[in-house]
Design a protein around this ligand. Structure first.
Ligand code: BGC
Length: 387
């Protein structure tokens, strides 16, 4: 009998801004066009998934998966303060319907790193009414969530708060700077308000997805520092999840700190193209870490993957990752889904298009999608683990 429970979600994940293209009313679009540039390149047309999402969904189905995690774009739905575009709301409804028709469960993220530019310039998460503004948007999209079972409110509030701090000029130590408490409070308040409204008005299961950095001491002198940073980067966000229906766990690697709080890669570790330690079993460590901190809370691995130009490395990573997830389930940990990041090679934020997280290559000019061997391996592994 399979280790994986009945109804386990096997999927891939994307985020609107990273694949859709031309998200011109978002804060990121503006950031991408600052002169002199502060990011590697602008997102431009991305993978044109705004128009080609039926093709994306068909690929996911052809890989024998049963779920697709994607985000709906607040900046398109509310491009101006309190103007809600019905056409964009309809667009995302059509995407949800297409996903369900393909036999895939849509897992919807309401906010994945991008904001409407008007909200950002008027103070963003630090506005005193940020939670109200966010829930006003959430209420508008409730009608299109018919047939959806699970919603992620905010993607990686911990990494996101670090990105916001970096964009405000705070310096990090070999990594994103520490989140600013004002952003963290704003994000937590917005999450709680969104959960409340969704629980009041729908039957949805609601949570947020937290990156698990898993801070480890680079040497014994850094043990205290690792504990301190764990609280700042990981634990305070996991604690918030305890009141939710589930937690999304997102894992790519583990993170090493020295006693000065600088993020380092100790000798002996191979870096991925992102510079993280290449550790296929990181996801297993992340699941155990989160499960021990929030016992009883169902876990969905909402992101896990490896940036590499070498698809052989990705295949090895995927095998190791799924073995690690299987071991966690065998230990009795309540893991209910796995979403590989990402379906497509896409816009990797400040790093642009040179990072390759995709199971599927996307030609930068023709947008032709070509599944890589790792995509077919994922298909085989899912069949294997579902037996
Ligand atoms: C984010 C994604 C990102 C991925 C790989 C996560 O931090 O949710 O948007 O592309 O990791 O870096």
């Amino acid at each position: 009998m399979s280790t994986f429970p009945q109804g386990f979600l096997w999927g891939t994940a994307t985020a609107a801004h990273q694949v859709e293209g031309n998200n011109t009313t978002s804060d990121w679009w503006h950031i991408e066009h600052i002169k002199p540039p502060v990011v590697a390149e602008p997102s431009g047309d991305a993978c044109d998934s705004f128009h080609r999402y039926p093709e994306d969904i068909a690929i996911i189905k052809s890989l024998g998966l049963n779920a697709y995690r994607f985000s709906i774009e607040w900046a398109r739905i509310e491009p101006e303060d309190n103007f809600f575009s019905q056409a964009m709301i309809d667009h995302y409804r059509a995407m949800i319907v297409e996903t369900i028709k393909a036999g895939l469960e849509p897992v919807i993220t309401l906010q994945h790193f991008t904001l409407p530019q008007w909200f950002r310039t008027s103070g963003g998460w630090q506005r005193s009414d940020a939670a109200e503004i966010f829930t006003r948007y959430v209420e508008k999209v409730i009608p299109i969530l018919d047939g959806v079972k699970r919603v992620v409110t905010i993607n990686e509030p911990n990494i996101y708060a670090g990105i916001l701090a970096a964009q405000a000029g705070v310096q990090g130590k070999g990594f994103l700077p520490q989140p600013r408490p004002e952003d963290v409070q704003g994000l937590i308040a917005a999450h709680r308000a969104a959960v409340n409204i969704l629980k009041l008005k729908t039957q949805l299961d609601v949570g947020w997805s937290v990156a698990n950095l898993l801070l480890l001491p680079a040497d014994p002198s850094a043990e205290e520092k690792a504990r301190e940073l764990s609280h700042i980067y990981d634990d305070q966000f996991i604690e918030v999840s305890r009141a939710d229906d589930f937690i999304g766990v997102q894992s790519y690697s583990v993170t090493f700190t020295n006693s000065a709080g600088e993020i380092v890669l100790p000798e002996g570790y191979i870096p991925t193209d992102m510079g993280y330690a290449y550790l296929p079993d990181a996801v297993g460590r992340a699941i155990r870490y989160v499960n021990d901190k929030a016992p009883g809370l169902p876990i969905f691995v909402t992101e896990n993957g490896c940036s590499s130009h070498d698809d052989v490395l990705r295949q090895e990573y995927l095998r190791g990752a799924l073995e690690a997830v299987a071991s966690c389930i065998a230990e009795g940990r309540d893991v209910r889904g796995y979403f590989h990041w990402s379906l497509l090679d896409n816009f990797e934020w400040a790093a642009g298009y040179k990072q390759k997280f995709g199971l599927v290559d996307c030609d930068r000019t023709t947008f032709v999608r070509t599944p890589k061997p790792s995509a077919y391996l994922y298909k085989e592994l899912v069949q294997h683990y579902s037996r």
